[in-house]
Ligand binder design. Structure first.
Ligand code: LLP
Length: 416
């Protein structure tokens, strides 16, 4: 868990983050992850289901690093994957097919084939996003000579209270099967019973939910339909559990799990309750460390330029998200001189916001709560290399990965 020593220096697992980076030979920008804290998150969540059969399918799109998926798998999680490549990464991290769900729209034949073909009877469920997709999955299943286990992803028509870009369960969102198309979906399923096994119903109303109401509204809508189809083995209410980015978050992942468990126990006792949290398991346990490369005074404005930018952490530029930025080796001081903190990328939106970082500014800063949708949304824009990743394991080991460097980008783009 991120904390500060008596000098105000940021520490993780009792060691200075600056020392951990040095030991790993990591230069900035670098993500550092606390795997032990991620395992604790998973265990706190799984304890909330009591004796209800459940599956925590970690949404790997939040953080696809092998050590992260392996840590959560060892803590009892399965995985929700959104592509063929994510499916491979999850399998290689040791998540068995019976703990895997494939979702997403526009699934490729390669992804469907891998899902149907995995293990002895395919993955736990392919979440079907449209009536049209049912036909495509049935065709692939027939070609492979196996039945595909499918769950319908419903769009329950719930407008979740969150950023509009990450609300997914409302009528105008592209995701899921609209309730008015449900009869057509069941008809298509019945017509393809030689190739498709309907094992469940699900939905995902949105991300970064900071209260349980919208989640439960979606859950009730899914359950009200699931009870009309006897024999379903699972219901899946999706992910979306919010975290505290500094403005507070009154609910913990376990609160969502407890409330959802109560609903399932009443409506479909014996069914497996699936939840798909991504951010809540990893977001708070990753920080992005950056070096201050320049200051710039222009009129009234004070800019602080980091070596990390929107290519390393896209959320501020894409959603106006605010991640707290603090000195790496000094206690945060809310009264210190403020700076507008920006990255080096050629875009005006490459800005993290205004932060009290003092004068002179620190040599290095820590950008908090960057463990989810940080590295996974990185890009090579401006020919920038991907940030380094440093993993602090629960046993104190430190490992690192440095893939997709600027040098490898130069080689790839220079190839004729
Ligand atoms: N299940 C499905 C079907 C999803 O589409 C997602 C996220 C999740 C689970 C996990 O949601 P979570 O528990 O992490 O909220 N890049 C955005 C978030 C996009 C979420 C996409 N889907 C961000 O940085 O806020």
């Amino acid at each position: 868990m991120l904390s500060r020593d008596s000098h105000g220096r940021a520490i993780l697992g009792g060691r200075r983050i600056a020392d951990l980076l040095e030991a790993a030979g990591a230069s900035t920008p670098a993500y550092i992850y606390d795997l032990g804290a991620m395992a604790c998150e998973a265990r706190e969540l799984t304890a909330a289901f009591g004796d209800q059969p459940y599956l925590v399918a970690y949404a790997v799109k939040a953080n696809t690093a092998g050590p992260v998926i392996r840590t959560l798998g060892d803590a009892g999680c399965g995985a929700e994957v959104g592509s063929w490549a994510e499916l491979q990464v999850a399998l290689r991290a040791g998540i068995g097919p019976e703990r895997l769900l494939l979702s997403g729209m526009g699934k490729t034949s390669q992804a469907i084939d891998a899902a149907v073909g995995a293990g002895d009877r395919g993955i736990r469920a392919i979440q079907v996003d449209s009536v049209d997709e049912l036909g495509r999955i049935a065709a692939r299943a027939r070609a492979i000579g196996r039945k595909a286990r499918v769950a319908l992803r419903l769009n329950p028509g719930v407008m979740a209270e969150t950023h509009e870009a990450i609300a997914t369960g409302h009528d105008d969102a592209k995701f899921g099967i609209a309730l008015r198309d449900l009869a057509a979906a069941f008809e298509a399923l019945d017509g393809a019973s030689d190739a498709l096994d309907l094992v469940g119903l699900g939905g995902h109303v949105g991300s970064q939910l900071t209260r349980t109401e919208d989640y439960l509204e979606g859950a009730r809508a899914i359950l009200s339909i699931a009870v009309t189809r006897p024999g379903l083995e699972l219901v899946d209410f999706g992910g979306g559990f919010g975290i505290d980015y500094g403005d507070g978050c009154a609910v913990r992942p376990a609160d969502f799990a407890r409330a959802a468990t109560a609903l399932v126990r009443e409506a479909m006792p014996g069914a497996t309750l699936v939840v798909e949290p991504g951010r809540a398991l990893v977001g708070a346990h990753g920080s992005l460390i950056a070096t201050v490369v320049a200051t710039k005074l222009s009129g009234e404005r004070r800019w602080l330029v980091l070596d990390a930018g929107m290519t390393d952490l896209l959320r501020p530029a894409l959603y106006g998200a605010r991640h707290r930025i603090e000195p790496l080796d000094a206690a945060p001081d809310p009264h210190a001189l403020t700076w507008r903190v920006v990255g080096p990328v050629c875009e005006s939106t490459d800005e993290f916001g205004e932060f009290s970082l003092g004068s002179p500014p620190p040599a290095k800063v820590l950008i908090r709560d960057a463990g989810a949708y940080g590295y996974t949304m990185a890009s090579h824009y401006n020919g920038r290399g991907y940030p380094t990743e440093v993993f602090l394991h629960a046993d104190g080991r430190v490992t690192t990965s440095h893939a997709n460097s600027a040098t490898s980008w130069v080689d790839a783009r220079s190839a004729s």
